[in-house]
Design a binder for this molecule. Structure first.
Ligand code: HEM
Length: 409
């Protein structure tokens, strides 16, 4: 797509939908400028994205990222946290399978089901604490993100991985910086280094004293069956920690916002016409917490709907756009409808070899959290309008920084 005018991706992120609709009208892919004026392509069309994600001629390994190999990607580039550390997210083929093996049997149906009572207990405790906070608040307003949507997935993933309680709040704070697309290089580098230092200390402590958690299992198997170096153990822990809570937090908030704006959907669930799982799935389609995911590189020139994408071009997966593509979901793709009947494949958890291994866990958390939240607080409503919400400064995520709500009578 050289020679075409490029759309500059706003590093401040914001709600992607109006922009997605405009760009999707131009075609399933648009040439873009990423931070640092690094050129790339954003893939927005559902069919094009699905084919692309499954193509054997598409790599996630930065060895195939032409701009990076030519030295045009500056140090501390905000997307480098997603594209450089050697993990399952940046590897292909056999190496990808090796780096992903640790999650292979972690999120099986049986193991997820076994987590259910613990998640229910966490949800009930957080709801109780949120009710108390609302009582103590002079205007009855509480931040649903700080009280519920952030701590739940954070606690679940940390318990599963074995990240000690003392490190969680700081790691969560740093995670917001490393997924920020508007961050200064020096700040990005400092945050990344601090995160690696904290995780290195946690890995060292678990090596000394193993527990019943995924990290201890990863360390125990690192040398033989998993064949992971210590750097790879640390990088994998980092990916699982970030991917395991930021996204689910976004899903919970986007679902609550959607339900507050569509009380008829809430009524449909109450009457048993739709399930909580359907609410989560429709939210993932209609207001995906993952907006544009970095990066993939075609290993040969590819023709997509008449546009040539050259080998080595950096491509962002436009998940938030694909979910509202009228070519896939019909002329009412913009409508939030928990009773939607079309069975078009949802791409919100990815597709192909990098399909999200945490999808069953995210679904379990969302189902339990939404059901119990609205059972306990049926009149819960937003305390500000949609226009007043502030978004995290990232175009990778589609996540608000605070969600003030009133819990109702
Ligand atoms: C991959 C979405 C929850 C761990 C992905 C991808 C997407 C995604 C779109 C593919 C990225 C790509 O294009 O390469 C989501 C959403 C979630 C969620 C929307 C919640 C609503 C989780 C959870 C975990 C997790 C709870 C961990 C426990 C991962 C990992 C990968 C991944 C490790 C990389 C897989 C690979 O490269 O092979 N996720 N995710 N995710 N997700 Fe999730």
């Amino acid at each position: 797509q050289d020679g075409c005018p490029r759309h500059r991706l706003d590093p401040l992120g914001g709600s992607p939908h109006e922009r997605n609709a405009r760009w999707l009208a131009e075609g399933p892919t648009v040439p873009v400028l990423m931070p640092g004026d690094v050129p790339g392509v954003l893939m927005l069309g559902h069919a094009a994205l699905k084919d692309f994600l499954a193509s054997p001629d598409v790599s996630k390994d930065p060895a195939n990222f032409a701009e990076y190999q030519q030295g045009h990607v500056p140090d501390g580039w905000p997307l480098s946290g997603f594209t450089l550390p050697r993990t399952m997210l940046t590897a292909d083929g056999a190496d990808h399978r090796r780096l992903r093996a640790i999650v292979g049997n972690t999120f099986t149906r049986g193991r997820i089901k076994a987590l259910k009572p613990a998640v229910e207990e966490m949800v009930d405790r957080l709801l109780e604490e949120m009710a108390q906070a609302a009582e103590e608040s002079p205007d009855g307003v509480v931040d649903l993100r700080a009280r519920f949507a952030a701590p739940l997935p954070l606690e679940v993933i940390c318990e599963l991985l074995g990240i000690p309680e003392s490190a969680r709040a700081r790691l969560h704070e740093i995670a917001s910086t490393v997924i920020n697309t508007d961050v200064e290089p020096a700040q990005f580098i400092a945050a990344s280094q601090e995160m690696v230092a904290l995780l290195t200390a946690i890995v060292a402590a678990r090596t000394e004293q193993p527990e019943q958690d995924l990290l201890s299992e990863m360390i125990a198997r690192a040398d033989d069956s998993l064949q992971l170096s210590t750097e790879e153990v640390i990088a994998t822990l980092r990916s699982l920690f970030i991917a395991g809570h930021e996204t689910t937090m976004g899903l919970l908030m986007n679902a609550v916002r959607a339900l507050c704006a569509h009380r008829e959907a809430l009524e449909a669930v109450r009457q048993g016409k739709a399930s909580w799982l359907a609410v989560a799935e429709e939210t993932l389609r209609w207001d995906d917490p993952v907006s544009y995911f970095p990066l993939r590189y075609p290993t040969r020139d590819m023709d997509i709907a008449g546009h040539c994408i050259e080998a080595g071009t950096a491509v962002l997966a436009g998940y938030s756009a694909a979910g509202r593509d009228p070519a896939a979901y019909g002329p009412d793709a913009d409508r939030f409808d928990v009773m939607r009947e079309e069975r078009v494949e949802l791409l919100a958890f990815g597709y192909g070899p990098h399909y999200c291994p945490g999808a069953p866990l995210a679904r379990l958390e969302a189902e339990i959290a939404l059901a119990r939240l609205f059972e306990r607080f049926p009149d819960l409503d937003m305390a500000v309008s949609e226009d007043e919400l502030q978004y995290s400064h990232t175009f990778v995520g589609n996540i608000v920084v605070a969600l003030p709500v009133r819990l109702g009578a």
